[in-house]
Design a binder for this molecule. Structure first.
Ligand code: PBG
Length: 328
């Protein structure tokens, strides 16, 4: 037998059965986390204009959504709160009867198997829309913010959070949160750090949904410069040293190279946040009839897994899970 003169890739692409046999990457609801936006009240469902299929809901309706997600095998939800009021310090973030804490208690009681992740940040709760306390000249102060983030994380753990995910990008926040959780008896609650979080234009629709656009300036003083890759590795190393159990890269598609480097360098559980603008862009093109939105979304999510993400936070989790279950 003479060997073939050249590689014949097409032999392994002839049928779905053989393609399935040699497929390297999987994408299933168990890899996904669905973000939910919660707002005080009852029976509320407000569509988010810039994110088709996404709604702000009251806690009772969030429970309904979470029930469906749990049934479909989606791994978990990450909660974002739209509080009743905002102030300079963002005190709604750690209030015992805050919107996140109230929702957590309800979901934890009704759905003990569903992973409840919380975003630990102040920007949805501050009247100025920044992720930390401001100095008189309008700059975000690092160290005084740490204590407030730690209080927020502890209040989430008390209310039933399974994972806390700091997204503020203050230096030293993982250590502050780890210390506070341990002191309060929550040594078993893991920290998923938004370690490499870039100052991105792709957060636009989220800021509509969560009403968290900074009133002045932008977040480039604390979120990462999109041009930097080595720095992402330093951020991840620092967060791991401080006690992060898992790390995240955010956004996802424009930063697949970062994701691959983080996974290869550290070999730790690594997530990616497929953010609002990434989701909205595909749906907008779909609505124009310019591409097949379902297929484009699957391809995007698969690429994120292929680049090294163990799990993905995505607004498309529910739809993908419905498709897998044959529900749409
Ligand atoms: C809070 C936070 C943001 C997102 C997640 N957590 C907004 C921001 O940093 O401006 C964005 C998520 C998305 O765009 O889907 N800091």
């Amino acid at each position: 037998m003479t060997p073939p003169p050249f590689h014949r890739g097409r032999r392994l692409r002839r049928t779905e059965a053989i393609r399935s046999l040699v497929r390297e990457t999987t994408l299933s609801p168990g890899n996904l986390i669905q973000p939910l936006f919660v707002t005080p009240g009852k029976g509320i469902r407000q569509p988010v204009g810039s994110m088709p299929g996404v709604e702000r809901t009251s806690p009772d309706e969030a429970l309904r959504d979470a029930e469906e997600l749990a049934e479909l095998g989606v791994a978990g939800v990450i909660l974002f709160g739209i509080p009743e009021g905002k102030d300079e310090r963002g005190s709604g973030a750690w209030a015992d009867d805050g919107i996140i804490q109230t929702t957590l208690r309800l979901l934890a009681r009704e759905l003990p198997e569903l992973l409840l992740v919380t975003d630990v940040c102040l920007c949805e709760y501050t009247d100025h829309g920044h992720c930390g306390l401001l100095s008189t000249d309008g700059r975000v102060r690092n160290d005084p913010t740490l204590d407030l983030l730690a209080r927020t994380a502890v209040s989430h753990a008390r209310a039933g959070a399974g994972i806390v995910a700091p997204s503020d990008m203050m230096d030293g926040r993982v250590a502050a949160i780890r210390g506070a959780l341990d002191d309060d008896g929550f040594a078993e609650v893991p920290i998923l750090s938004y370690a490499a979080k870039y100052a991105s234009a792709f957060y636009g629709p989220f800021r509509d949904a969560a009403d968290s656009t900074p009133a002045h300036g932008d977040r480039r003083g604390y979120q990462m410069d999109p041009a930097n890759a080595d720095e992402a590795l330093r951020e991840v190393a620092a967060d791991l040293e401080e006690g992060a159990d898992m790390v995240m890269v955010k956004p996802a598609l424009p930063y697949l190279d970062i994701l691959r480097q983080v996974k290869d360098t550290f070999g730790i559980p690594t997530g990616a946040y497929h953010v609002s603008g990434e989701y909205a862009a595909i749906l907008a093109a779909h609505r124009q009839g310019w591409l097949d939105g379902d297929r484009a979304m699957e391809e995007a999510l698969l690429s994120i897994r292929r680049a090294g993400a163990d799990f993905i936070l995505t607004y498309a989790a529910r739809d993908l899970a419905r498709r897998r279950a044959g529900n749409i």
